[in-house]
Design a protein around this ligand. Structure first.
Ligand SMILES: Cc1cc2nc3c(=O)[nH]c(=O)nc-3n(C[C@H](O)[C@H](O)[C@H](O)COP(=O)(O)OP(=O)(O)OC[C@H]3O[C@@H](n4cnc5c(N)ncnc54)[C@H](O)[C@@H]3O)c2cc1C
Length: 274
């Protein structure tokens, strides 16, 4: 059997590991499945929760938590840096961005989610995020090249807080804008006050209870407009509104509406389809 896994994140890796484990339990007579994995990033599987630690300490052992050679050890062929553009379920194949067609017997879509900023101007060039190793590296390299001294982070969920702390540790003046209270989806206001105090103690300016209404700029992001009408400016803007992260099947087209009806993957693809 030929299994194709789209996405080399923790979920995609877990599928490959579990399958190999089941093959081992089935005994030596069982035929090994041919597994191929496709990811649009050019990295071995990594752990996003370890990104902040990696950029502050340079440590790789927690980032590549299963080892850089995890897929080789599992006998998985990894196509790196290749985005999947279309799934053709009727023909059991996918098309990559470069036009390559890959056939499969079974398909796993493990393409994760993306941060979602439901504000006007959120598609302006120059808006940063910390969702992937590629995006986080680009952001940190800008800071290390001295291209930014002031950062404005919109969204104080746990990732927004983490990014604010990383940027502050890298020496930037950081403002964190939050509509509700800090980490409001996970913490009660009383506990959140402790986090807020810790952020302020590190020199982070916390504007909670302040809704951002839009990202603005001519050709690239130049300001955040608050709902009060006040504009805030910085050298670097981050949108980290995790609440509402959507399933990241965007950019892929589903070419057979009968595919997997009722499954999450189908709903996600249909919701953002061609
Ligand atoms: C900064 C940060 C900190 C976090 N901290 C925590 C934490 O402390 N605790 C916790 O539980 N969770 C945390 N999370 C969330 C956690 O990382 C995710 O829940 C987890 O990574 C989801 O795994 P996944 O494999 O489903 O998706 P992902 O890790 O998003 O992997 C999806 C993969 O698919 C690839 N891909 C997407 N689209 C395509 C395409 N069209 N073609 C080819 N490849 C594609 C992506 O490049 C990626 O390699 C954090 C996330 C971030 C960003």
């Amino acid at each position: 059997m030929r299994l194709l896994i789209l996405g080399a994140g923790p979920a995609g890796l877990a599928v490959a590991e579990r399958l190999r484990e089941l093959e081992r339990l089935a005994g030596a007579g069982a035929s090994a499945c041919d597994i191929e994995m496709v990811s649009d990033e050019d990295h071995p599987p990594y752990s996003p929760p370890a990104l902040a630690d990696h950029f502050l300490t340079g440590r790789e052992s927690t980032l590549f938590w299963k080892g850089r050679d995890a897929l080789e050890r599992l006998g998985v062929t990894h196509r790196r840096g290749q985005a999947v553009r279309a799934v053709h379920p009727g023909e059991r194949r996918v098309t990559l961005a470069d036009g390559t067609s890959l056939a499969y017997d079974s398909l796993v879509i493990a393409t994760g989610s993306r941060l979602y900023a439901p504000l006007p101007g959120a598609d302006l060039p120059g808006l940063c995020n910390f969702k992937s190793l590629t995006a986080a590296r680009a952001l940190v390299e800008r800071v290390r090249r001295g291209e930014a001294r002031r950062a404005l982070v919109v969204g104080a969920g746990f990732i927004g807080v983490e990014v604010a702390l990383v940027l502050r540790a890298l020496g930037l003046a950081v403002t964190l804008v939050e509509r509700d209270w800090v980490m409001s989806s996970t913490l009660e206001p009383e506990t959140a006050d402790l986090v807020r105090a810790a952020l302020c103690a590190r020199g982070i300016r916390v504007l909670d209870g302040q809704a951002a209404a839009a990202f603005e700029g001519a050709g690239h992001v130049e300001a955040v407009r608050l709902a009060t009408g006040e504009p805030l400016t910085a050298d670097l803007y981050g949108a980290l509104m995790l609440k509402g992260a959507d399933v990241r099947a965007y950019g892929m087209r589903l070419l057979d509406p009968g595919f997997g009806a009722g499954s999450m993957a189908f709903e996600a693809l249909r919701g953002r389809g061609a």
